[in-house]
Design a protein around this ligand. Structure first.
Ligand code: GLY
Length: 384
């Protein structure tokens, strides 16, 4: 297996990142305790008000567990537990939840169960898996969002929620969760990933018979464009589906998406919001870069040692370029990455902070530092 720690060329940079992350995230916790909502984005140096059901809310406690793994400091564990309890309100209100329950529970409650065997955390994660499984349409896809008229909508981001279903099969011995995940991943290969490795964000199916109806541009520029965060969800998501199932088509698909992604960013190693957006203005998305970097690091370990270096070096270039260009380490704002973009056509949502961009940077630093725990596979994946 490709050794990330041995291959990393600049341990001093990594040490500097760990120190800066500790200072910044400590400040983030202080700020989070001043408000009664979960961190997502910031405004005037404060965590902006946010609803408890918002799909990104698992990234805060997951960041806390990553920081606990990095530092061993009890402050982060306590904050993770506080956030986990806050999220119970969202789980109780289960009818309002979407397919994003993987993001919302696997990477903290699932991780806590892995580390501490806490029964409540196990129950929360399994409930989330039941909710996700219940969104499966037997025509071959998982329904993404709620609301009348969206019964047949599926989105590429869902690839990152599938690890929750793999986890549920591992834990319960019931193969149905894994089967649903694999049917959805197969549909994603067929209808979302194009032959050049770019992806659709949304595909609308007829919910009665599964016929393909449409593929709107979603959070990207337009139909037929290439929303970079969607590409990064697909890249990392297919690597994870391969790690959970061993199905080589998933690995080959991840490679195809990775080659496309790397070709699109190799000019400056910082993804634009959409790889097919107009040349001007230059709209970036740091989240896409950090998610893709995590996917590429896992990909480097999933392929032969000879192949691994290409993916590894691309990941490192993305992380270092984005950090240099857009990381704010000052204690004037609790968020780190400043050029995250919610959607191409959401003008106030361009070049804002979005805490899941920060989460994936922390995850990448822990991977490069040799932490063997993969948060997206907490049932069994302690790699050495
Ligand atoms: N899953 C929605 C997003 O990435 O913004």
């Amino acid at each position: 297996m490709f050794d990330l720690v041995k291959a990393f060329p600049d341990p001093a940079w990594l040490e500097e990142m760990r120190k800066k992350l500790d200072a910044k995230m400590r400040f983030g916790v202080e700020k989070a305790r001043e408000v009664s909502w979960m961190p997502y984005t910031t405004e005037k140096g404060q965590w902006k008000k946010n609803s408890i059901g918002w799909w990104t809310n698992g990234f805060w406690p997951a960041s806390m567990w990553q920081m606990f793994r990095m530092t061993g400091d009890e402050l982060y564990r306590e904050e993770a537990l506080r956030a986990e309890r806050m999220l119970d309100e969202a789980l109780e209100n289960f009818k309002d939840l979407s397919h994003d329950v993987g993001f919302m529970w696997l990477i903290h409650s699932g991780v806590r169960y892995r580390l501490e065997k806490n029964q409540d955390s196990y129950d929360r994660t399994l409930k989330a898996a039941y909710i996700l499984a219940s969104r499966f349409n037997p025509n071959g896809f998982i329904r993404a969002w709620n609301g009348e008229g969206r019964e047949g909508w599926a989105i590429v981001d869902c690839m990152m929620n599938l690890p929750l279903l793999y986890w549920a099969s591992e834990m319960t011995g019931d193969p149905r969760f894994r089967q649903i995940a694999m049917i959805h991943a197969d549909t994603t290969m067929k209808h979302f990933v194009r032959s050049d490795g770019s992806c659709n964000h949304i595909v609308i199916f007829d919910p009665e018979n599964g016929a393909f109806l449409d593929n709107p541009g979603g959070q990207g520029f337009a139909t037929g464009s290439s929303w970079s965060r969607g590409q990064s969800w697909a890249l990392y998501g297919f690597v994870l589906s391969f790690l959970h199932t061993g199905k080589t088509e998933y690995l080959d698909t991840a490679k195809r998406i990775a080659h496309y992604f790397i070709a699109q960013i190799s000019d400056d190693w910082m993804p634009r919001c959409d790889f097919r957006q107009p040349q001007q203005p230059v709209i970036r998305d740091n989240v896409a870069g950090n998610v893709a970097a995590c996917g590429l690091l896992e990909l480097s370990r999933a392929v032969s040692e000879l192949e691994g270096r290409f993916y590894f070096e691309s990941a490192v270039k993305i992380l270092r370029s984005q950090e240099k260009d857009a990381a704010n380490w000052a204690l004037d704002d609790p968020a780190i990455f400043t050029k995250c973009t919610s959607a191409y056509h959401d003008l106030p949502g361009r070049h804002i902070t979005m805490n899941y961009g920060d989460y994936f940077f922390i995850e990448a630093v822990n991977k490069l530092s040799g932490d063997p725990l993969l948060f997206w596979d907490p049932a069994r994946c302690e790699r050495t």
